[in-house]
Design a protein around this ligand. Structure first.
Ligand code: LMR
Length: 399
């Protein structure tokens, strides 16, 4: 019966991470998946999360189903973090926010909603974008196209080309944008470029779908969310997927949210209802634990301050590692390739390494980066950075 089922070629990120786990070499370095490791190479447990979790354990209660939309306190605190406490749309009850299974779950629920209510619309993602964007949106039946984004020659942004392409889209096209820490390139729009993009989205009557998986890892919690707030304040039709996987180090708990900014509270209630129907069709309702942890940290001033401080230290450590690898490559690779480590930001750098160089890095040096050349710089630490730099130097020089 199942004879005709072809083998799964694997996922470019998750399967590589699984291969890494099985690699027996003691000197292996995981710079593939977007996970923050601390300077000891360990996945951190955020202290505020540990404290919230301990408090929860002491007050273990019954675990019924959550509502389809998720935990009310979680929805409210997540919305405030994304849109700001002074958001007009929030004050007017115009944002429909649901708890989702991580950022990916938010993308899927959003995609199902769009396919159902905007069946003629097509999706436009950056070239390149996170590999799973295409998979999720095509999986929901949407046609996925790309707009120009990254310039491999300079390691920077093709902003004029991006703007021109978006300015030529049919009304109601859906434009996927990364709020900060662009995945996979680490190249973001500047505030001035966001300000130029907004009127184009408005004029062409486009829907902005913003993915914010790395809030806090770019310039800070508030600055990273600024593009979302700019779009909301300008009344651009807006959908936002956000995730707490990285900034709470809660990857396996699958905690994310989906928000749709509407014209009125009434519209938001109807949109929320249809998002719930998409949730019911996918997985019925979300799980309890991760959402309780996030909500309890965000709603408690002491825990929240502690979380913000720890997140700030994570951001600083990534910046420090960028400087270390940049220095380690001095004189060993050309300057355009080297400059990316400090010019790009967030967890990722697009190294410019070719597929064969990436393969040599893995096979000969046990250093794992994605086939596209994306490196998760949050996997670097004081002990492995020199080794990674000399391994890169070796594959680039062809030694
Ligand atoms: C990544 O890009 O590595 C992360 O977002 C993890 C994932 O699910 O792909």
């Amino acid at each position: 019966m199942f004879d005709h089922i072809p083998a799964y070629p694997g996922d470019p990120i998750l399967s590589l991470n699984e291969d890494f786990q099985l690699d027996p070499r003691p000197n292996k370095v995981n710079l593939s998946i977007g996970i923050y490791f601390d300077d000891a190479g360990k996945l951190p447990v955020i202290d505020a999360v540990r404290r919230a979790e301990t408090a929860l354990l002491d007050a273990i209660g019954p675990r019924s189903y959550l509502p389809m939309a998720g935990l009310p306190l979680y929805r409210d605190t997540a919305q405030a973090l994304v849109f700001g406490t002074d958001s007009a749309a929030r004050a007017e009850g115009r944002i429909a926010t649901l708890q989702t299974l991580g950022g990916s779950g938010a993308l899927k629920v959003g995609a199902d909603f769009l396919k159902r209510y905007f069946p003629a619309s097509q999706m436009w993602i950056s070239d390149p974008s996170w590999e799973n964007h295409r998979v999720v949106f095509e999986g929901a039946g949407l046609k996925v196209n790309t707009y120009p984004y990254y310039d491999p020659q300079t390691g920077g942004l093709r902003f004029a080309d991006m703007l021109a392409a978006i300015d030529a889209l049919p009304a109601k096209s859906i434009v996927l944008l990364h709020a900060c820490c662009h995945n996979p390139t680490g190249v973001d729009l500047s505030p001035a470029q966001w300000a130029e993009l907004v009127p184009v989205l408005q004029r062409r009557e486009l829907i902005a779908f913003v993915d914010m998986a790395y809030q806090g890892f770019g310039a800070g919690l508030e600055a990273d969310a600024a593009p979302v707030r700019l779009l909301a304040d300008a009344n651009v039709p807006l959908i936002v997927a956000n995730s707490f996987s990285k900034n709470f180090s809660l990857y396996g708990e699958r905690v994310g949210a989906l928000s749709v900014v509407c014209k009125s509270a009434d519209e938001a209630a109807r949109v929320a209802g249809q998002l719930m129907s998409a949730v019911r069709a996918n997985y019925s309702n979300p799980p309890t634990h991760g959402a309780r942890l996030v909500a309890n940290v965000l709603a408690d001033a002491t825990l929240r301050a502690s979380w913000e401080a720890e997140l700030g230290a994570m951001r600083e450590r990534i910046l420090a590692m960028r400087k270390v690898i940049h220095a380690g490559l001095d004189g060993r690779v050309d300057e355009v390739m080297r400059a990316r480590y400090v010019a790009q930001r967030g967890m990722f750098t697009y190294t410019g390494l070719s597929e064969s160089q990436v393969e040599r890095l893995r096979n000969e040096y046990a250093v794992y980066v994605l086939r596209s050349g994306r490196m998760c710089v949050a996997g670097l630490n004081a002990r492995n950075a020199d080794y990674v730099a000399s391994s890169i130097a070796a594959v680039v020089s062809g030694a």
